[in-house]
Design a protein around this ligand. Structure first.
Ligand SMILES: [Zn+2]
Ligand SMILES: [Zn+2]
Length: 348
């Protein structure tokens, strides 16, 4: 498979391998011009990924020292992982990210010591049995120094990106479009003249972007944000989408419709599969049909259970805000019950 492809004049897609990840690659994009060279997203913090990125850049006649700026679409590890190595290699490279994402990096690195207590409490309060909550906490990726290291870098100094800001490189004038949902400060880059969207993880051709509610995003409504961000992108005149995973694609409105249908079905599934008894988010996560290859909930890997739980909580919170379900706390565990009228609805 090619590792680098010039997708438009001066815009290169570099496939950075993601070791041990089912996502396989991250698409990093190089915007090359006479005056500046901007990299969008980086890859996981592994030597193999770093070497591939370096090789890809040099095929586009760019050395690490020639990079002037890195723009991060969001704070997830597969996008920010190589930041420490890029800072080390390129000196005073400018790092730009939305301020909400920079704040999350500060939270994840500054509360490091009591981070795992918070994760365990969050899991238990959502109905995860104690032994499983302990297992999920002990196997959490944030235990690995190579995961936490980029957050420590990003917590210190970044340049804030804001909605509508224009990034000019050569003939291109990319607009920053805030698209919260997959993460609270996720951004896309839109070029209106060339009709190009660099979509990060907001829009992927076949993978459904993960939308979850976590202990560090409490009181946010990520699914409502995500659906609103889909509508925002739907209105744009786009010919080609350059996603952070998988391949470039066209027909963004068709893909948006599929994603809207997916979430509507998931919301209906949660409501109609629930009898009148109260349930926890963990119980519901174990009943939902997930789009991965698995025999039963018990065969999920610990981190898959963690992701499924976060996604279920986002859907439950969305339904609660629409007053279709009720939430009550009993002995420090959150229970949900369905408003009977909600079951008759066809669309949410
Ligand atoms: Zn992501
Ligand atoms: Zn990603």
């Amino acid at each position: 498979m090619f590792m680098i492809k010039q997708v438009f004049s001066g815009i290169f897609q570099i496939k950075v391998p993601l070791p041990h990840s089912p996502l396989i690659h991250l698409n990093s994009y190089l915007l090359r011009s006479e005056e500046k060279n901007i990299l969008i997203d980086t890859g996981l913090n592994f030597s193999q990924s770093f070497q591939s990125l370096r090789r890809g850049l040099s095929e586009a006649s760019i050395e690490l020292e020639d990079l002037t700026e890195v723009i991060l679409t969001h704070f997830h590890v597969d996008h920010v992982g190589l930041i420490p190595r890029l800072i080390e290699a390129s000196g005073n490279i400018k790092i730009s990210i939305h301020p909400i994402e920079a704040e999350l990096c500060r939270i994840l690195s500054s509360t490091y010591k009591d981070l795992f207590a918070k994760i365990e409490t969050f899991l238990k309060s959502n109905g995860t049995p104690s032994s499983i909550a302990l297992k999920l906490t002990e196997s959490h990726p944030l235990h690995e120094p190579k995961i936490i290291r980029p957050y420590q870098e990003l917590a210190v100094a970044t340049h804030p990106l804001e909605d509508g800001q224009v990034i000019s490189v050569g003939d291109y004038h990319f607009q920053i479009v805030c698209t919260p949902g997959h993460s609270p400060g996720h951004i896309c880059l839109y070029e209106p003249s060339f009709k190009i969207l660099i979509s990060g993880d907001h829009l992927l051709p076949s993978i459904t972007p993960h939308v979850a509610l976590w202990w560090f995003t409490e009181n946010m409504n990520p699914l409502a944000d995500y659906l609103n961000s889909l509508k925002k992108i739907e209105k744009l005149d786009i010919e080609v989408v350059l996603p952070a995973h998988e391949e470039t694609f066209i027909n963004h409105c068709e893909r948006i419709k599929q994603l809207q249908d997916h979430h509507n079905q998931r919301l209906m599934e949660i409501l109609t599969s629930s009898n009148s008894r109260r349930f926890t988010a963990y119980m519901k996560a174990s009943q939902v049909h997930w789009n991965i290859n698995y025999k039963s909930w018990n065969t999920f890997l610990p981190f898959q259970k963690y992701l499924a739980l976060g996604e279920t909580i986002a859907h439950l919170y969305f339904l609660e805000k629409k007053q279709l379900i009720k939430r009550t706390m009993v002995d420090q565990v959150l229970y949900y019950s369905i408003n009977e009228k909600a079951k008759k609805r066809k669309k949410y």
